[in-house]
Design a protein around this ligand. Structure first.
Ligand code: HEM
Length: 398
């Protein structure tokens, strides 16, 4: 199985094309479940196929169980039903057979088929066991713009929407049908059940420009179940929170939680922005800093007139001044390359990898795949990119 996968990896593009052609040719109705735009479809090719091959080839990994359960639950929001799994499996096997050449033997085929079945069964079981609705309709009750590029949308889900401070959720709008994007939730759970989405407009993106510039109060969006591992773990260690851009949202949610449940140890917040105008929540942060003895804040922006890359250097300097990294829990949030780069700096400074918390799966469009393509989910695991978060050329459509 591993050797056939190695062959497929080298010919991934061909395998992916074959997979979708086969799937849509034999099951024309299934095309309706996928995004209409060719760009989104291109991205989806990466995501679904890369995830399929990634997951199936790592079938022995214990951490897959909970992941597949949630993935199956979440596929209901794409209108995927039990009847679709077998046909996707057939097309996957057909694509692997076509691409693997001599490495495809009856034994290899049997192993892949069995592995796919295990994955499909785990996802189907997750979907069947879930008591959550397939998605939550959520009305926009407030829409605040911060400059051209950032908006904070307050949504009121029609049913209770369980989430923890620091999590994110998939979001979709009828303005861009069947296109889902992931946004962090910028608040700890509230008594009135509303949630804030912090949305940064991605140039050339599909959903974010609609959410930032067009969506109005009264509109109804769809939300998938909350997920993500950037949730606060209380320990008796000091804490550093490091946020860049709208990566501020989950950190804001964690801070809200901490304000309600004050920690014994000190907390240092680093907020990184490309310029002062992008520190859109500064008044709130300053209020917290003034009223919470345990909180210290460092704002990082480039010096006036300097390129925004300078913020990275300034952050590295500020982090080196904090010291005592091995003793701390660190929560990191921002574009995926920013996380990679900052985690590297922190490890050099002595931070322990098991005390660095961030979401490994990038929000769509924050990464960059080979050849400048947006990074697919599976691809992220297979080929982590070199970090260039400040390079504008590396910003890709979401
Ligand atoms: C059985 C193994 C499967 C795996 C491992 C898998 C994996 C994935 C992953 C990782 C994503 C991206 C998730 C996200 O963005 O939230 C995805 C999206 C999707 N999958 Fe699956 N999937 C499987 C089966 C299926 C089946 C049977 C269908 C039915 C046609 C399907 C249709 C879709 C659709 C429509 C999307 C969303 C497309 C988009 O947002 O661009 N998947 N899948």
């Amino acid at each position: 199985m591993k050797s056939s996968f190695a062959v497929v990896e080298r010919r991934a593009e061909q395998a992916v094309k074959f997979f979708y052609s086969h799937l849509f040719w034999h099951n024309p109705d299934i095309r309706e479940l996928f995004p209409a735009s060719p760009e989104d479809m291109e991205r989806q090719r990466d995501r679904l196929f890369a995830a399929l091959t990634h997951v199936v080839s790592r079938i022995d990994d214990d951490s897959l169980g909970p992941y597949l359960r949630d993935l199956g639950r979440d596929h209901r929001k794409f209108l995927v039903g039990p009847e679709h799994y077998a046909v996707v499996g057939s097309s996957l096997l057909a694509a692997l057979a076509e691409t693997s050449g001599a490495a495809w033997t009856p034994r290899v085929e049997k192993t892949w088929a069995e592995a796919y079945q295990v994955v499909a069964d785990a996802m189907l079981a997750g979907a069947a066991a879930s008591e959550d609705p397939p998605w939550w309709d959520a009305e926009v009750v407030r829409h605040l713009r911060y400059g051209e590029d950032v908006a904070v949308l307050t949504l009121r889900p029609h049913l209770p929407f369980p989430h923890l401070p620091g999590q994110y959720a998939g979001v979709s709008s009828d303005r861009v049908p069947r296109t889902w994007r992931t946004y962090s939730l910028g608040n700890a759970p509230r008594a009135d059940g509303t949630v804030d989405l912090h949305v940064s407009r991605i140039q050339g993106g599909r959903l974010s420009p609609a959410l930032v510039a067009e969506t109005r109060p009264g509109e109804v969006l769809r939300m998938g179940a909350a997920g993500g591992r950037l949730t606060f773990r209380r320990t008796d260690r000091p804490v550093s929170l490091i946020a860049a851009g709208t990566g501020w949202a989950p950190v804001r949610a964690i801070l809200e939680y901490l304000v309600e449940h004050p920690p014994d140890q000190d907390v240092r917040l680093f907020v990184v922005a490309r310029d002062g105008a992008h520190l859109y929540d500064r008044p709130l942060i300053d209020t917290y800093a003034a009223s919470c003895r345990w909180l210290g804040v460092t704002y990082i922006t480039p010096a006036p007139g300097q390129h925004r890359n300078q913020a990275t250097d300034r952050l590295a300097t500020a982090l080196s001044h904090r010291g005592l990294w091995p003793d701390q829990d660190v929560y990191l949030s921002g574009p995926a390359p920013f996380i990679g780069e900052t985690a590297h700096v922190l490890e050099e400074l002595g931070a322990r990898p098991d005390r660095l918390f961030h979401d490994r799966v990038p929000a769509v469009g924050t990464g960059n795949g080979p050849g400048g393509r947006p990074l697919g989910f599976g691809e992220w695991f297979l080929h982590r990119p070199a970090p260039h978060w400040h390079d504008p050329a590396a910003r890709t459509p979401e």
